[in-house]
Design a protein around this ligand. Structure first.
Ligand SMILES: Cc1cc2nc3c(=O)[nH]c(=O)nc-3n(C[C@H](O)[C@H](O)[C@H](O)COP(=O)(O)OP(=O)(O)OC[C@H]3O[C@@H](n4cnc5c(N)ncnc54)[C@H](O)[C@@H]3O)c2cc1C
Length: 409
C-alpha cells in the first residue's frame, strides 16, 4: 500500500507509550512516504512501565527503563512534539496544546488515563498517604518509603487496589515480591502482609480470572502467609490506617494502592465521545463511535467488563493488547485512506508475565475476554528471566522499530 497516491495525509498520535509509539511506527510502515505523522506526548520519554515494580524493590535503575523519543521517531520520519493536549476539536479536526494547534486527517488517541486518587479521600502519593506505581517518580518514592520500612525490625505491609481499578496485576507482583525480599533478608516472620482488592476473588483481574490463575494465586497467598480481603472497597485512608466501606480498619507502615482510572481530561471534554468514566467508545475497528476519523488504542479505550462484580473492577488493557490495538488502529487508518480491508482491533489475545520475586506466572488468553479459544497459565523461575529479556528487547524495539515478538508480556 505504501507509495500509492492518496494525497498528503496528516495523522496525529496523542501519547508516547505502548499505544502511541506502536501506532506511529505502524503508520509509517503502512502510509505513503509523504504522509505526515506527528506524535504528541506529555512525556519526553517512553518508559517500560511493566518494570516499575522492580524499581520499587530497588532491583532496577529507572534510567535504564526509559528511551528519549525524539531521536528514534525522527529516524523514522515521525515528528515528535513534547506537549500536553489540552483540547480536541473533532469538528475542526485539530488537537491543541497550550501553544499550538495540530490539524489532522486522522487522529489516534493513546493517551492512557488519569489516575483517580481523588475518588478515595487520603489515597495517593501526593495528597494522600499511600504509594503508587504508575510513573518513575511514583516508583522511586515508593522504593524509598519501602526501604525505610524494610530496614526496621518489624512492620505492616498493605498492598491493594481501589474500587473500580483495572490494573491490579502489578499489585499482585508487588505484594509477592515484598514477601520474597523479606524472606531473602530472613525477616519475613516479623512482618505482616495484607492484600486488599475489589475483585470478587483473588486472580479475577477484572476478567473473571485467566484459566487456573484464581486457584494458583489462592495457593500462592496461602503458602506465603499473605492475608487478603476481597470484595473490599476502600473508603478512606488516614496516616497509617486504611478504612474499608464496612468500617474495618487496617494499620500499615507501608502501603501501596492502585487507584481507579478516569479518561484523559481532553477526551472527557468532547461531548458524546466517551463513556461516563471518560474512556472512548469505539467500533470493533477502533474508530470512535462518534467521530469516524478518530481512533483509540490501549488504556484510553472503553471495554465493558465481561460480568458485573459486587464491587466494581474494570477490565485491564495490558501492554500487549495496547500494542496490538495500536497496530490495528494504524492499519485501519491506512485502509481508510487508500481503501482496503479493516481489521478487528478489539477481540485480541494477551500475554502477560507477573513476577513474584522468587518465581513468576506466565499467562496467555486468546481472546483476552472470556469465553476463550486458548488459555495458558504457567509458573516458574524461567518466566522471570523471560520478563527481563523481554524488557531489554522492548526497549531496543522502541529505539529501532524492531519487529513484534508475540510472547513475554
Ligand atoms: C506498574 C505497572 C506494571 C505493569 N505491568 C504490565 C505487564 O507486566 N504486562 C503488561 O502487558 N502490561 C503491564 N502494565 C500495563 C501497561 O503498562 C499498559 O497496558 C500500557 O502502559 C498502556 O499503554 P498506553 O499507551 O495505552 O497508555 P500509557 O502507558 O498510560 O501512556 C499514555 C501516554 O500518553 C501521554 N499523555 C497522556 N495525556 C496526554 C495529553 N493530554 N497530551 C499528550 N500526551 C498525553 C503520556 O505522556 C504517555 O506517553 C503495567 C502497568 C503498570 C502501571
Amino acid at each position: 500500500m505504501a507509495g500509492k497516491s492518496i494525497g498528503r495525509k496528516r495523522v496525529v498520535v496523542v501519547g508516547g507509550s505502548f499505544g502511541g509509539v506502536n501506532a506511529a511506527y505502524e503508520l509509517r510502515r503502512r502510509l505513503p512516504k509523504d504522509a505526515e505523522i506527528t506524535v504528541i506526548s506529555r512525556d519526553a520519554e517512553f518508559t517500560f512501565i511493566p518494570s516499575l515494580p522492580w524499581v520499587i524493590m530497588g532491583w532496577r535503575d529507572p534510567a535504564r527503563l526509559q528511551v528519549h523519543l525524539d531521536a528514534p521517531l525522527r529516524r523514522q520520519r515521525i515528528r515528535f512534539v513534547q506537549g500536553e493536549v489540552k483540547e480536541l476539536d473533532p469538528q475542526k479536526c485539530e488537537v491543541r496544546t497550550a501553544s499550538q494547534a495540530h490539524p489532522y486527517d486522522a487522529l489516534v488517541i493513546a493517551s492512557g488515563a488519569e489516575l483517580d486518587y481523588a475518588a478515595v479521600p487520603g489515597l495517593g502519593p501526593e495528597e494522600g498517604h499511600t504509594c503508587s506505581a504508575f510513573t518513575v517518580a511514583e516508583a522511586v518514592a515508593a522504593r524509598d518509603a519501602l526501604a525505610k520500612v524494610l530496614a526496621a525490625d518489624k512492620g505492616r505491609i498493605l498492598i491493594g487496589a481501589a474500587a473500580g481499578a483495572s490494573c491490579i496485576g502489578p499489585a499482585y507482583e508487588i505484594v509477592m515480591m515484598i514477601d520474597s525480599m523479606l524472606k531473602r533478608f530472613r525477616k519475613r516472620h516479623r512482618f505482616s502482609i495484607t492484600f486488599i482488592t475489589p475483585e470478587p476473588f483473588l486472580g479475577h483481574f477484572g476478567v473473571g480470572g485467566i484459566g487456573v490463575s484464581p486457584r494458583l494465586l489462592q495457593e500462592e497467598f496461602a503458602e506465603r502467609h499473605i492475608e487478603s480481603a476481597v470484595n473490599a472497597p476502600i473508603s478512606s485512608v488516614v496516616p497509617g490506617h486504611l478504612i474499608l466501606a464496612d468500617g474495618s480498619e487496617y494499620a500499615f507502615d507501608f502501603s501501596l494502592v492502585i487507584p481507579a482510572f478516569l479518561g484523559c481530561p481532553f477526551v472527557r471534554g468532547v461531548d458524546g465521545m466517551a463513556n461516563p468514566k471518560g474512556f472512548i467508545t469505539v467500533t470493533p475497528q477502533l474508530a470512535s463511535t462518534k467521530f469516524a476519523n478518530v481512533y483509540a488504542a490501549g488504556v484510553a479505550v472503553a471495554i465493558t467488563p465481561p460480568e458485573p462484580t459486587p464491587v466494581p473492577v474494570a477490565v485491564p488493557k495490558t501492554g500487549h493488547m495496547t500494542e496490538l490495538m495500536a497496530q490495528a488502529a494504524a492499519r485501519n487508518i491506512a485502509a481508510e485512506f487508500a481503501g482496503g480491508v479493516k481489521v478487528d482491533g478489539l477481540t485480541l489475545p494477551s500475554s502477560c508475565i507477573a513476577d513474584a520475586g522468587d518465581t513468576a506466572f506466565y499467562m496467555f488468553a486468546d481472546p483476552f475476554l472470556p469465553p476463550r479459544n486458548k488459555v495458558i497459565v504457567k509458573r516458574g523461575k524461567w518466566a522471570r528471566y523471560l520478563k527481563l529479556a523481554f524488557e531489554k528487547y522492548y526497549i531496543a524495539r522502541i529505539r529501532h522499530d524492531l519487529p513484534s515478538l508475540d510472547f513475554g508480556w
